[in-house]
Design a protein around this ligand. Structure first.
Ligand SMILES: Cc1ncc(COP(=O)(O)O)c(C=O)c1O
Length: 444
């Protein structure tokens, strides 16, 4: 009976058409069009089908470029990788020592879902001391990196159809996470002419009754742009008028800042109960592999994230937590030493980019990326006669001919730019930009 129903439903009149369609992609298949085989094919195809949610997601472009350059390296090509998003420094010694001690002291058991109270206390102390912000430990949720923290928040507050305002250029993962939550990305573009920062007017225009969130990244990946206190205040004044909006303030690059003091949008009292700070130890303490991030959030959001995390990853690594505790409570000179090195490299990179005809750059105030505009090369030809149609072509040309890996701005929501990371030695930077200049000078 079941078989009969299936037969009439699936094969009915369109039996041959369906069969042809299915067989088109399975070249070696020589099946007769009998129902049993068709059912087998259909079952097989269903088995290999990922969920609609995942199918809608794009893979990480930055990881893809890193992989491509690793492949070339494995073939013996001397590739300089400017596509990376992590400090090249090693984790400071006192932090590593704390982790070793944690192992010896048997921190080998599950921790609370939101992280050890001692770590959450240390984070509250950091927020008070560095940001003059009062938080209690129950407002802190520690996760396996800031990436998970952002995703936790988005999945916790965004429902199907909710709109999330994402200023472009954006960090690649934001829009994929919003899609995962079945929310709608509302992209607000801020190009080089406005130093990659959105204005209060642009924000106001993008808000609708469906707006639930705004993701603000400062210092920014990919542009290095840093919002000043007055720019943040102007945005806060807009948000103040819309009580449904939650601000997700990604401050993971807080410590890699060349303007003196980091400014958080959470400092404005009128919206304070609607700001979630995202942060962690990955960038400022050179601990990307340890996987430790956190949120400081209104209590209801912290509880929601804890509930979510409790069902799929639990608390982060116990050892990484003890290392992060040492990072926040220990001496901070290491952070400043790395920051100064990044600032020297920033200055070097800017001077080298300026020597390349056709690239236009704004001076980044933070993070470790430059994001020059490169559209003057579009439509021109390489020495081999290939046309550079877009930033993807340009990034690929620089990789294949110059052996320098950069990432096309396309992935970050700006088709006219290319992202170059300077989280590498001054020697590498000099050689990389010598090669890039040679490649770009050859485009006619
Ligand atoms: C803007 C931004 N937010 C969050 C993250 C994630 O940081 P973590 O390594 O702590 O997950 C990154 C990492 O590249 C980033 O660039």
């Amino acid at each position: 009976m079941t078989q009969k129903v299936r037969k009439s439903k699936i094969f009915g009149k369109k039996r041959k058409k369906v069969a042809k369609l299915l067989l088109r992609n399975i070249k070696e298949c020589n099946f007769a069009f009998d129902n049993v085989c068709l059912l087998q094919i259909i079952r097989k195809r269903k088995m290999n089908q990922v969920s609609d949610r995942l199918a809608a997601m794009s893979p990480s472009a930055t990881l893809a470029m890193s992989q491509k350059s690793s492949e070339l390296k494995a073939q013996g090509v001397d590739v300089i990788n400017l596509s990376v998003g992590e400090p090249d420094f090693t984790t400071p010694t006192h932090i590593k020592e704390a982790a070793k001690k944690a192992i010896d002291d048997n921190f080998s058991f599950y921790s609370p879902v939101t992280g050890y109270a001692t770590l959450r206390n240390a984070i509250c102390q950091k927020l008070k001391k560095e940001n003059n912000l009062e938080f209690t430990p129950d407002q802190i949720v520690c996760s396996n990196g800031a990436k998970q923290s952002v995703c936790n928040v988005i999945l916790s507050i965004i429902s199907k159809g909710d709109e999330v305002i994402v200023p472009a250029p954006y960090w690649v993962s934001y829009i994929e996470m919003v899609k995962l939550a079945e929310g709608t990305n509302v992209i607000v573009e801020a190009g080089l002419d406005q130093n990659f920062k959105i204005t209060a007017e642009q924000l106001e225009k993008a808000i609708t009754p469906k707006t639930k969130g705004l993701i603000l990244c400062s210092p920014s990946n990919p542009t290095g742009a840093v919002y000043s206190k007055s720019e943040l205040e102007a945005l806060a004044k807009v948000i103040e008028k819309h009580p449904n909006i939650i601000v997700i303030a990604d401050e993971i690059y807080e410590h890699i800042n060349y303007v003196g003091k980091h400014e958080s949008i959470a400092q404005f009292e009128s919206i304070r109960d609607r700001v979630v700070i995202i942060n962690g130890v990955s960038k400022g303490y050179a601990m990307t592999g340890w996987r430790l991030g956190w949120i400081a959030a209104p209590l209801w959001i912290a509880k929601a994230c804890s509930k979510l995390q409790g069902q799929y990853t639990s608390g982060p690594s116990s050892i990484a937590q003890k290392a992060a505790e040492a990072a926040y409570l220990g001496e901070q000179a290491c952070v400043e030493t790395m920051r100064q090195a990044f600032e020297r490299r920033r200055d070097l990179v800017i001077s080298l980019v300026k020597e390349i005809k056709g690239l236009k750059v704004s001076i980044p105030d933070g993070a470790f990326y430059v994001f020059p505009e490169c559209n003057s090369f579009f439509g021109k030809k390489t020495p081999k006669g290939d046309v550079i149609a877009n930033a993807n072509d340009l990034a690929m040309y620089i990789l294949m001919e110059g052996h320098v890996a950069c990432v096309s701005g396309d992935a970050f929501g700006d088709k006219n730019c290319i992202r170059m990371s300077y989280a590498t030695s001054e020697e590498n930077i000099k050689e990389a930009f010598r090669r890039i200049k040679e490649c770009l000078d050859a485009i006619k």
